[in-house]
Design a binder for this molecule. Structure first.
Ligand SMILES: Cc1ncc(COP(=O)(O)O)c(C=O)c1O
Length: 395
């Protein structure tokens, strides 16, 4: 491989939440982090070099994001990577993904009304729904040996509830790594359209799809005024989470008008981050090979994890290898231990911080989430830590 994704990088002491923000969530300090969804992998040099050039200009006044170079870079990326023809005037810079999701929840539902979501769900969605005094209405995914499946009957049932106004689709899905098929997307679109439910498709993990079928973006299903909005950005793919490099794509004219009006006249947030605009221009024109090789590295780490669980811990853990994302959703039901017992062992014995299952599920959880976007060396140590933690529980 041309790029080295096995370089061990030290992020402790740099203010990274994964390393230095553990005290907010865990009972122990200095855990090896496998929890936050960012990478122990450097942003590629060609992006950094470009950002340095921008820094050398030494002026950071307000920038216009509506530049042809910016919009063309996004358009071309979609064309080359996902074979979809996005119109430049349907693309809008947004301050963050979660900010945009929140605004859509607020725009299309009232307090007390329902927001449809597949469970398990990305924990921030559940927090935002609750924080905005809406109700999370679940459509649980069905887990089988060969992956996670949409429960069509249940989806239709909940989408037709009169209090459900918005559907947050996580496409691809965090935490399971499910890749939605074209048929599933069309089905969900049809059901939502029939029931007047607005679709917000969070596609931030779109560049990590490794299955043959590839990624099917909801942008494929947009016609003029379709009640669909896609929001995504560079954050995950290029490890630029704190750069505010997100954008949305929609043909729903009412939403764009309302949203842009609010951004400038209500929040005063209309200006873009200069470095984010630059990063988009470079990343989406120069990174093809880097992204492909990054995915090979993630696939290799997922395979290591899968073999480890199957060969060494199959009596306690189950794991469906995901087709997308760098996140592994690991089931410990077979072990018979509670989440509290498992988390206590992972932290006090294994000294690792994993994603807490109960924050992704509405009831009891028998899962933890493991981020494998790291060197093979770090992953292998983490796997030994998991084994030692369960061995200690079994004693
Ligand atoms: C599905 C999903 N959406 C959004 C985010 C965060 O996006 P942002 O930081 O731009 O709000 C994450 C981060 O883990 C995520 O997994």
């Amino acid at each position: 491989m041309k790029y080295n994704f096995d370089e061990v990088i030290n992020r402790r002491g740099t203010g990274s939440i994964a390393y230095d923000g553990q005290y907010k969530v865990y009972d122990y300090d200095n855990l090896e982090p496998f929890w936050v969804a960012d990478m122990d992998i450097k942003t590629p040099d060609f992006i950094i070099e470009n950002l340095k050039k921008k820094l050398d200009q030494s002026h950071f006044g307000y920038v216009v994001w509506k530049q042809d170079e910016y919009l063309s870079a996004i358009k071309q990326w979609y064309k080359r990577r996902f074979s979809v023809n996005v119109q430049k005037n349907d693309i809008y810079y947004v301050p963050s993904i979660l900010f945009t999701v929140t605004e859509m929840i607020r725009e299309f539902s009232k307090e007390g009304e329902g927001v449809l979501i597949h469970t398990p769900a990305y924990n921030a969605f559940l927090n935002l729904i609750e924080g905005n005094k809406r109700v999370a209405v679940e459509s649980p995914l069905i887990a089988t040996e060969d992956g996670y499946h949409l429960d069509r009957e249940q989806f239709e049932k909940v989408a037709s509830r009169s209090d459900v106004k918005v559907f947050i689709l996580c496409n691809p899905h965090n935490p399971t790594g499910k890749v939605w098929t074209k048929e599933e997307c069309e089905f969900m679109r049809d059901v939502c359209e029939k029931n007047d439910v607005f679709i917000v498709s969070d596609e931030i993990h779109m560049d990590f799809v490794r299955s043959e079928q590839g990624f099917f973006s909801m942008t494929n299903l947009m016609k003029l005024d379709s009640p669909i909005l896609v929001v995504t950005g560079l954050g995950k793919t290029f490890n630029l989470a704190s750069l505010a490099s997100s954008f949305m794509i929609t043909k729903h004219r009412f939403t764009t008008l309302q949203f842009n009006r609010k951004l400038s006249a209500y929040y005063g947030l209309a200006a873009a981050n200069t470095l984010a605009v630059e990063a988009v221009k470079v990343a989406y024109t120069q990174s093809e090979e880097w992204v492909d090789q990054l995915n090979q590295h993630i696939e290799k780490n997922m395979t290591i994890l899968k073999s480890f669980i199957d060969n060494e811990m199959s009596d306690q853990l189950s794991f469906i290898k995901p087709e997308s994302t760098y996140l592994a959703w690991i089931d410990f039901s077979k072990s018979g231990y509670s989440e509290k017992e498992v988390q206590n062992a992972l932290q006090s014995v294994g000294k690792i911080a994993t994603g807490l299952g109960h924050s992704y599920e509405l009831g009891d959880s028998h899962h933890f989430r493991l981020n494998v976007a790291c060197s093979e060396e770090k992953l292998l140590k983490g796997l030994q830590s998991i084994k030692q933690s369960f061995d200690a529980l079994n004693k």
